[in-house]
Design a protein around this ligand. Structure first.
Ligand SMILES: CC(C)(COP(=O)(O)OP(=O)(O)OC[C@H]1O[C@@H](n2cnc3c(N)ncnc32)[C@H](O)[C@@H]1OP(=O)(O)O)[C@@H](O)C(=O)NCCC(=O)NCCS
Length: 186
């Protein structure tokens, strides 16, 4: 699971394991995903891939989830091919990631926000609403970045380390800072 070659070589075995795992209810697979969140080496990556394949709306080939990645509502997520999500990332809610995307460690994606319309309830008890985050093909997200609700990142763009991305990003663009601004076109 570390690279595309290894994935291709073992694809028949991986497909076999995915088919066996299909009998497990999604709720239980989500519990297993928490249980195996920190399992190291290729074993952890393989287990998480199989579980997510049967949980997510869409899961492509060669999606590598490193240890310590937290998924909130993974059943709402869509993944393309050749994606790496590095250690300690946090993904919540409606998220679509295209092909050839690298997310460096400790980055976060939040498609949920709390509303604060009902003044009689604390904000944390007001309903959540969600806007899908879309990451197009060939994007590199630098470490410790935060991508917020409703953001769309265009293809072949780079998010510099430590960015807070609250607005959509055009294709072929390097953005950085808080809030993320255009640094240059690439
Ligand atoms: C963006 C990055 C790749 C540098 O790219 P680069 O093309 O060499 O860009 P430069 O260093 O020439 O910087 C261009 C401008 O962006 C700014 N910039 C670079 N990184 C920035 C960041 N993280 N936040 C805010 N601004 C940043 C620079 O200060 C410079 O601004 P200036 O023109 O006003 O001086 C690098 O800074 C970065 O963030 N790397 C991510 C590292 C990472 O997460 N690695 C994980 C392992 S995969």
């Amino acid at each position: 699971m570390a690279n595309g070659g290894l994935f291709k070589r073992f694809k028949p075995v991986i497909i076999f394991l995915i088919i066996i795992n299909k009998v497990v209810p999604v709720k239980l697979n989500k519990f297993f995903l928490i249980l195996f969140r920190n399992t190291p080496t290729w074993i952890g990556k393989l287990i998480r891939y199989i579980l997510l394949k049967n949980i997510c709306k869409k899961m492509g080939d060669n999606v590598v989830i490193f240890d310590g990645v937290i998924f909130d509502a993974p059943e709402m997520m869509e993944f393309g091919d050749s994606i790496s999500i590095n250690p300690r990332c946090y993904l919540a809610g409606e998220i679509s990631i295209g092909n050839n995307v690298a997310v460096a460690h400790s980055s976060a994606f939040h498609s949920f926000n709390h509303s604060w319309k009902d003044p009689l309830k604390p904000i944390a008890k007001n309903p959540l609403y969600s806007k899908r985050i879309t990451i197009n093909d060939d994007v590199w997200i630098g470490c410790h970045s935060i991508v917020l609700s409703g953001v769309c990142i265009g293809s072949r763009s780079v998010i510099a380390a430590g960015s807070v991305v609250n607005r959509s990003v055009d294709k072929h663009t390097l953005v950085g800072g808080n809030p993320a601004k255009i640094l240059k076109y690439i």
